[in-house]
Design a protein around this ligand. Sequence first.
Ligand code: FAD
Length: 468
Amino acid sequence: MTPNIADAKAKLSHLDMEQNPATVRNKSRDFFWYSPVLKDAMDHLEADFVINAKSEDEIIEILRVCYAHDVPVTMRGGGTGNYGQAMPLAGGCVIHVAKMNKVKEIGAGYVVVEPGAVIKEIDDELKEKSGQELRMYPSTYSQATIGGFIAGGSGGCGSAAWGALRDIGNIKRLRVITMEAEPRILEFTGEELHRVSHAYGTNGIITELELPLAPAYDWTELFVRFDTFRAATEFAGAATAEPGILVKLASVYAAPIAHAYFQRVKPHVTEDDHLVGLMVAPHNMDGLVTLLERFAGGNVIYRSDDVIWDRHPGPMYEFGWNHTTLRAMKFNKGLTYLQVRYGSDIEKVMAAYEAFQGKLHMHLEVMREGAGISFAGLPIVEPMDKDALDQLVAEHEAMDCMIFNPHRYTLEEGGRQSTDMRQLDFKRQSDPKGLLNPGKMIAWDEPDFDYADMYSYKNIRAKPETAA
Ligand code: FAD
């Protein structure tokens, strides 16, 4: 199947097509470079052409033409994905949806939006018009789109209260376009949502989303300092688990992260201090302080409604989730990271903390899970090559710590290393030629892949120096 790029471009030339090669290159890239492994594998990749879509009708037209000409299609929202999700492995067309950014309807407890709306902008409008806000957002709040979050993200600020993005109830409805001779428009609710949420746009294009809302608060942001990592972790866990206290963000930064990498925090901590970063509903601050009094040694060093610093530290969510890694990488480009699920057992977190001393610095995010909580980890990892990273992953797995490997570009390797049959079955119906974001779903290309080493998509564009 050889794509006929020239004819597809000619048929779509009346649309808003990027002509500047530098823009085409920029819009073909995301935060893949976060991983030294992905940087090496993907740095040369670029689309053949980019179209800025303005409407669902335009998306349908692009898909129809690309299908007829065997042209791969990769969607792009804000381009902040850190698994190379939005990188066009086989070239083809990138559809940028930044212009599809309307908030279409706001109701009691829900919002209907277009996929290219930037998440913070949706929240700003929601707060102003209805006193409500989205339940959760990635720490890339001010750049990421809502479509990109649902198709590529997993949770974030708000997960301490509401769990993971894919937990039941966190998405209400998705409108999806298929990649066929005549693209279909489908509406998904309930179990059907799992077909396309966190599917990297490999089996359908999301053109409208209905999401649940929560009351908006002027969240109180805090840094609480502890002498030990255990005490910090226990407090963050307890605060998140406490039913009467509404916590939106609970991050734990083992020493010396705050001192070494948080520039505006540094004057207020030592390199031995372990820090908890929190966002708490303002009416629950009394409860939070009461809880803290039960934990010997924890003291509040910053409180956005009271203990103010000369230099504002910036929004609390931009310390958490993958922003912790970003801050560390600003000091040392060689540093990297892992994404780990420790589950609810704090002793497993402590065992990992002890086992990996010298190799990584622990950074945790506490999430609600079912009736309890769980610990997700985004540890900052000392500079190391692919083999050493693979070894570190294996050591985690040997301790029963699940890795969502951020040094891989496929859904399976960045997930649970297994096929999601709901996504695969739907791809069979929605993308019969396999043209949507090709190379990202192993189960489609190579169902017997054994995960012994990194998957390498057979049609990935060759690096220029190795091209025939
Ligand atoms: P993009 O990167 O543009 O796209 C993501 C994926 O979705 C791609 O596969 C793309 O093809 C697909 N896609 C985009 N739009 C559509 C559509 N309309 N239909 C179908 N598929 C589509 N992630 C989290 O979950 N939580 C975090 O807290 C978090 N923090 C981050 C911090 C940093 C510093 C960085 C670099 C990344 C972080 N991420 C996080 C990852 C990423 O920012 C989020 O997943 C974000 O929501 C992606 O949104 P985006 O608009 O940039 O998507």
